[in-house]
Design a binder for this molecule. Structure first.
Ligand code: CA2
Length: 148
């Protein structure tokens, strides 16, 4: 069973700037921890980060054919702007969890709306990078259950 971990624009900068908002871990730290935690749950992971909307959409389309069973995505700023990313996620029809490191609801008003949430199983926001682990644990439990 395989999970796709997607991170959107600017998340490659994690751990290098704005640690008061996003913490001190780098994206490499986050991905490594996610892969290790997934392995302990018997799951494989593919990690992908891009600063380009189209590249993220292409990777989501590829997930239809490569054995991916669920997606964890932090869409970055595209959360608040991208109908196309939402359509791609809806199109693959896989379980999706949307993760935000910061509590977007405590921040500027433009971060309060997500185009992605309506096509996600759930949303985690404000738990720091622990949100990725929460998403993974939810999906591991969901995938372990026989389909109803
Ligand atoms: O809280 C989150 O995870 C966000 O998805 C992060 C996005 C932001 O646009 C969303 O509203 C909430 C921004 C990612 C930028 O990441 C940086 C990390 C370190 C330094 C600079 C940017």
């Amino acid at each position: 069973m395989s999970i796709l971990l997607l991170n959107g624009p600017n998340l490659n900068l994690l751990g290098t700037r704005e640690p008061h908002i996003y913490g001190a871990d780098t994206l490499v730290d986050v991905e490594r921890r996610f892969v290790d935690e997934a392995a302990a749950l018997g799951l494989a992971v593919a990690c992908f980060q891009s600063n380009h909307e189209g590249a993220l959409i292409d990777r989501i389309h590829a997930a239809r054919l490569d054995g991916t069973q669920a997606i964890v995505i932090n869409p970055g700023g595209l959360t608040h702007t991208s109908v196309s990313l939402r359509d791609a996620l809806a199109g693959v029809a896989l379980p999706v969890v949307e993760v935000h490191i910061s509590n977007v609801h405590k921040r500027e008003e433009f971060r309060h709306h997500s185009f992605i949430s309506a096509v996600a199983d759930g949303v985690v926001a404000g738990l720091g990078v622990m949100g990725y682990s929460a998403a993974l644990r939810y999906l591991a439990a969901k995938l372990a259950k026989p389909a109803a």
